[in-house]
Design a protein around this ligand. Sequence first.
Ligand SMILES: Cc1ncc(COP(=O)(O)O)c(C=O)c1O
Length: 451
Amino acid sequence: MTATPTRDTHRSVEMFERIKRSIAGGESSYARLRSGIELCIERTDGARMWDVDGNEYLDYCLGYGPLFFGHHPREVVDAVVEQITNRGYHFSFPHRLDYEVGERIQRLVPSVDLLRFTCSGTESTMAAMRLARAYTGKDRIIKFEGAYHGWSDLHYINYHPPLGPVAGTAQAPRVLPDSPGIPQAVAETIIPLPFNDLEALERTLSRRSFEIAAVLIEPLLANCGIIPPLPGYLEGVRRLTEAHGVLLIFDEVMTGFRIAPGGAQEYYGIRPDISTFAKVLGGGFPVACFGGTAEVMRLEANNEVMHGGTYTANPMVLAAANAVLARIERERDTLYPRLFQLGDRLRTGLVRVIREAGYACIGQGVGPLFQVFIGRGPVERLTDYRSAMAWVRPEVYSAWHEQMQQRGIYFHPGQLERWFLCSEHTEADIDATIDAAAESIRAVAQGLPPD
Ligand SMILES: Cc1ncc(COP(=O)(O)O)c(C=O)c1O
């Protein structure tokens, strides 16, 4: 028998009870926590965090991904402290960091001639959708099942939160708003399609391009586990959008600056018309942006399309972004190869030990952004939301997560989430994680045996 260690988390439990008395559901963002084992965090450092009971965790969730250089790296803290103590933290006027960060993004992402800052990924994708509609004079937008672009009425549609219901067939999904309160009329502006299916895209564009403004895509699906594009798929999407007079929006909130300095568009060699960035951009500070070709962004430059916000281009968050991007520019030649090597070592190690325990397991992802799927049956890869959903055994993943958390390894409990690596993870961390994973999955097998 593999004994399950149990950590004392009574202070977390008590604190969470108190939080729930003022904060609805105890959290201010949907499904961050796993019900029943909520952790309240006291402090963090590098790749580690400590809960209010003093338990240490190696962190592979990293605040949902922004902490590319770990928790509060020195240069980001110094840049922000210098800014807010000596210069101020809210201007609503143009300032030096506007061009410093703007020029860094232009250098890193060549498809971005011009950009605008926002405060979140959700705002960026909303702004990109409005811009595409204004530019083309058309209303509908294609998005893919299982892709997440934020929580607004405009696009919280056919994402299907944790293994939610689907409608229509796999090749022709029906529109399904993912939350009560989203008007059906707004949802109907979206045309949902399966990811990695060029025929479905071609069919739809051939019939309906007269009413389609843009294809909005996560170039690598990172919100239903990790589902990479099949070889040639993104090239096909670019070719078809160009041929049909439809804009291509890359939502790089998850992939931007992470899988390559220039994001997925650099990694896969595709040039979109509009891109969105957040997460890594601010290293944990709430800053995001959208940008694109001078031709499309002309509408923003002339203020012909409304985009605004009290806090946009706030100097505090831009000081953070400046420090993050400066480090990326400085260290790009060593940083990414190292993160890819660590990511591959961890992903393959986890898959190996889970398979050794008798489970079917697939690891998918790119370097520091991956997921291990635990499922049923002989499948080599998962290529879209529905096939992933049909294959996985979320109860096994969840039980494995619980065992890992008891052993001081933290990642998001959802099977359709993913693991992140940061610059502060070491080879020793990776090896310790694989050892813990082996013990944990053996413990799971006692209660939830492999098929
Ligand atoms: C691909 C993608 N787009 C947009 C968003 C929304 O970003 P935010 O949470 O900053 O609003 C997310 C968040 O995880 C995301 O993964």
